[in-house]
Design a protein around this ligand. Structure first.
Ligand code: MLT
Length: 265
């Protein structure tokens, strides 16, 4: 399996993702929020790029079962039901609901990889579940006869990890999580990475015992800390505590993210 890493949502724009599996990471905080919402029973999360899109989509929905969430400048958008703190996305609040979400970088990155064969969302909280999901979808051997013997293969061997970044710049929290994913997948499969993937997996190996310490000085972390979101940071840096694997499905006009939990995969 080959894994390459893209450092920002903007860099993903214009790349041809066909034939590839894209894993989008926005640790602080969009993919942590989406994973938490789905883990807590949200029926679906619809990621949209702009506030206007969120508002016009909401206008077409059953407003008793739909919530608008997201942020601009890390703060809740005026008139929206939820901000971008994963701690807001409790079972009581989002259980059974559709969440229309727009964030500065995360939902942008998701929308920029729509051409991929499959889009999966990752964060520290579901990293092991995502790695497991990707590995289980690999063919059991590289033989071209796999399909013929019934080992049908759904995922792509070529994985591109897209770090959402912050305001067009690489963000270390996303990179550290990319390194963790690569290391987890290396434990189960033969993996080749590009140089950025190599660097990030080495960085993760050196840092895995203290993620918060490894991220000290990280621009987005400092910004969230200054805004008082320390509990969010702690929550987003917890590893392997949930099993939701958000997948983007493009079957409808508005892509939906669903949890694998309870499905047959
Ligand atoms: C984003 O998608 O830009 C981030 O999730 C921003 C934030 O932390 O609120």
């Amino acid at each position: 399996m080959s894994i390459s890493v893209i450092s920002t949502a903007q860099q993903a724009q214009g790349i041809d993702f066909s034939g590839k599996t894209a894993i989008v990471i926005d640790v602080l905080r969009a993919t942590s929020v989406i994973t938490t919402a789905l883990e807590n029973g949200a029926q679906e999360v619809v990621p949209v790029k702009t506030i206007e899109e969120a508002k016009s989509l909401f206008a077409t929905c059953d407003t008793s079962t739909t919530l608008r969430g997201g942020e601009r400048n890390a703060l809740k958008i005026e008139g929206f039901d939820l901000g971008n703190s994963p701690l807001e996305y409790t079972q009581e609040r989002v259980g059974g609901k559709t969440v229309i979400l727009t964030t500065t970088n995360g939902t942008n990155a998701i929308n920029n990889v729509k051409g991929a064969d499959e889009v999966v969302l990752a964060c520290f909280r579901n990293a092991a579940a995502v790695a497991d999901y990707i590995i289980r979808r690999l063919p059991r051997c590289d033989s071209p006869t796999d399909d013929a013997v019934g080992l049908s293969y759904h995922g792509s061997r070529d994985v591109v990890i897209v770090c959402a970044g912050t305001e067009g710049r690489f963000s270390l929290d996303d990179g550290l999580c990319a390194g963790m994913l690569i290391e987890l997948m290396k434990q189960e499969a033969e993996v080749e990475t590009d140089d950025l993937g190599l660097l990030l997996s080495r960085f993760y190996n050196e840092s895995k015992n203290n993620l918060l310490n490894a991220l000290s000085g990280c621009y987005h972390l400092k910004r969230l800390f200054a805004l008082g979101f320390y509990d969010d940071i702690k929550f987003c840096l917890q590893t392997n505590c949930v099993t939701a694997v958000p997948l983007l499905e493009s079957r409808t006009l508005h892509s939906r993210i669903v949890s694998l939990q309870g499905s047959d995969r």
